[in-house]
Design a protein around this ligand. Structure first.
Ligand SMILES: *Cc1c(COP(=O)(O)O)cnc(C)c1O
Length: 461
């Protein structure tokens, strides 16, 4: 299996190379040269299998010879062993034809664990064979950083440094980053905001001397291996509700477009998905784009679903690549225009996108109302991101089952839940001592040299 860049000029890479590289050298994102398919019989045979077995069948054709069957199985097994639910991604019924897919039973209580836990195992296996070590540096507004720290803690060939804006993440999110005891993970509280953290990270990647000295690597949401890991739960949930004999639809709370793009891949592989619905909060660039055909930046307004507060949606480029018939030159041109504020999508390409995706948005008020109404109608307490999905899904119900992705545990966002339902969302028992654990955090100035010096001194390799 070969991977090509969405901008058409970077070298083709294997799965392992694409995973270790992240962003392509031409600034594009890696996608499979062609998407493998599963037959109707293949899909039917997934019924009744464990999450891990389905994960193997779905991901195997995308992963080259660099991982043997045995290695891949072991990575999958270790990745999901720490989840708090035996089926990993259970379904809960909300209405006659509406289901929630609970993706928050991983160690940091958000769906990012599905991809991050697996990528941690795959990185370690690949680096061990190559005799390499890397330093992963990431910037986070909360969920990504804690998922990365949980995934890479204790791994021999990886050091992890996560930059987060001091005082601007929730207590649960901060404690998830600062309480792991392993020496290879470091939570750095930056004297600045999230944009400062991201800017310093970008500076490090552009400082080639430092980049090479520490073997800098990134695991942000454009990494293809993360998208691939997320394809699996589309299969497990659809099959549980009758696929391939019955169609299903999905609604996905969306920010950077990684999770919903995984659904698009599942559909291309042959899973009978009728509708793929994008649900955005008030930061609605994706919904506006589908409505108007213009992809235009509009600044970010902070919301109660902060993991979806984005100005531009990085993985959207992958869908655009297909919409333009895989013409990397056109994608590169449009992305260049984005620097000036936005671009207009051609009629053919927007028709393609509207054929694949539907969309909707939820205001802050609608999000709060949905948390309250869902709690009153079903007794299910949902997080604000999930509520954005449920609100939009309710506008797209049909005669096939609708599956809304529940992307985070309500206890991660206790303030919104308390305000909407008047009750506390409790942490799961395995995490109930989070607030008793000792924190370990380094405060750092918003300064490139200071950050680089700290990383050079603290990493083990
Ligand atoms: C990251 C995140 C999202 C958005 O996912 P994308 O793949 O960026 O679209 C939604 N909900 C939660 C809780 C998240 O952490």
């Amino acid at each position: 299996m070969k991977y090509v860049s969405t901008r058409g000029t970077a070298p083709e890479l294997s799965f392992e190379e694409a995973m270790l590289t992240g962003l392509a050298r031409d600034g594009g994102l890696y996608v499979p040269a062609e998407v493998p398919t599963l037959s109707r019989d293949d899909i039917a045979s997934l019924a009744g299998q464990s999450y891990e077995q389905v994960a193997f069948t779905v991901m195997r054709p995308f992963i080259g010879e660099e991982f043997s069957d045995r290695e891949l199985s072991a990575c999958i097994r270790h990745a999901y062993a720490g989840f708090g639910h035996a089926v990993r991604a259970p379904l809960v019924q909300l209405g006659a034809n509406h289901f929630l897919l609970e993706l928050f039973h991983g160690p940091t209580l958000a769906f990012k664990d599905f991809a991050m836990q697996l990528i941690g195992q795959l990185f370690q296996a690949a680096l061990e064979k190559r005799g390499q070590k890397v330093t992963i540096v990431g910037a986070t507004s909360g969920d990504t950083g804690s998922a990365a720290i949980e995934a890479f803690r204790g791994l021999d060939n990886v050091d992890v440094f996560i930059l987060f804006p001091d005082g601007r993440v929730s207590d649960v999110q901060r404690r998830q980053m600062t309480t792991p005891v392993e020496g290879n993970v470091h939570a750095l509280a930056v004297d600045g905001d999230f944009d400062d953290c991201q800017a310093r990270l970008k500076d490090m990647f552009n400082h080639f001397e430092f980049r090479d000295a520490v073997g800098l690597a990134g695991v942000n949401s454009i990494n293809w291996a993360r998208v691939l890991a997320q394809v699996v739960y589309y299969f497990t949930s659809a099959v549980a509700l009758g696929a391939p004999h019955r169609e299903v639809s999905f609604t996905v709370p969306t920010g950077n477009f990684g999770d919903i793009f995984a659904g698009y891949i599942a559909k291309q592989m042959g899973l009978p998905i009728r509708d793929l619905v994008i649900a955005t909060n008030q930061n609605d660039i994706l919904h506006r784009t589908l409505e108007t055909g213009a992809y235009t930046k509009a600044g970010v307004t902070p919301s109660i679903s902060p993991s979806m507060d984005i100005q531009v949606s990085s993985n959207f480029e992958r869908a655009l690549f297909d919409a333009y018939g895989r013409d990397g030159a056109v994608v590169a041109e449009q992305m260049a225009e984005l620097a000036g504020g936005g671009f207009t999508i051609s009629q053919g390409a927007i028709d393609f996108l509207r054929g694949v995706f539907k969309s909707g948005r939820a205001s802050e008020h609608e999000t709060m109302e949905t948390i309250k109404e869902t709690w009153e109608a079903t007794g299910e307490v949902i997080c604000p991101h999930t509520a954005v999905g449920v609100k939009v899904a309710n506008e797209h119900l049909s005669d096939v089952p609708m599956i809304t992705l529940a992307t985070a545990h309500p206890a991660k966002f206790p303030d919104a839940v308390k305000k909407a339902c008047g009750r506390d969302a409790a942490l799961p028992p395995r995490m109930s001592d989070l607030f008793d654990r000792e924190e370990r955090v380094t405060r750092v100035p918003n300064d490139l040299t200071a950050l680089e010096t700290l990383i050079l001194n603290e990493r083990r390799a």
